[in-house]
Design a protein around this ligand. Structure first.
Ligand SMILES: [Zn+2]
Ligand SMILES: [Zn+2]
Length: 152
């Protein structure tokens, strides 16, 4: 568990603090199939507590992933970058999901939640991926096939 100690931030409202850490992920391996995500994310962020006692986390999350292209099926490794912009309140409101307590907050569930919410629904190996020929099954990124091309 990654626990962020907030005592300095609580003593100095609105003052920005920096931190970076590796965050173990407990997201199920099946969650994003056919893509695979690493069990460790790296996070760089600033945090501060505002005058209302609301904790702000701002930064980015990097997750090494092995993606499978939605168009051609090729697998490729790439880092997923997710912007982190999360507020955490001191007491539980109905709308809030995360709270801090006794000047401490567990970061892993927050990081995991942000990854799950921001995971791309469509992934391409490259922007202009040509995909697979519907007729012969050839990966058209590697080679053009000789099938007649139909115009839709
Ligand atoms: Zn592709
Ligand atoms: Zn073909």
């Amino acid at each position: 568990m990654v626990v962020l100690e907030l005592s300095s931030a609580l003593e100095s409202p609105n003052k920005r603090f920096k931190c970076s850490f590796n965050c173990p992920l407990k997201i199920s391996e099946e969650a994003f199939l056919p893509h695979k995500i690493s069990s460790m994310a790296s996070v760089k962020m600033n945090f501060y507590v505002d005058l209302d006692g609301l904790l702000h986390l701002e930064g980015n999350i990097r997750v090494p992933c092995e993606f499978m292209c939605d168009r051609c099926g090729a697998s490729f490794e790439k880092n997923l970058f997710i912007e982190l912009n999360q507020t955490v309140s001191a007491t539980l409101d109905e709308e809030d999901e995360f709270t801090y307590k006794d000047g401490k907050v567990a970061l892993d569930p927050i990081i995991e939640d942000n990854i799950i919410l921001s995971f791309p629904s469509k992934v391409l190996c490259r922007e202009d991926c040509k995909g697979i020929c519907q007729n012969c099954g050839m990966n058209l990124n590697d080679q053009d096939c000789i099938c007649p091309k139909f115009i839709n």
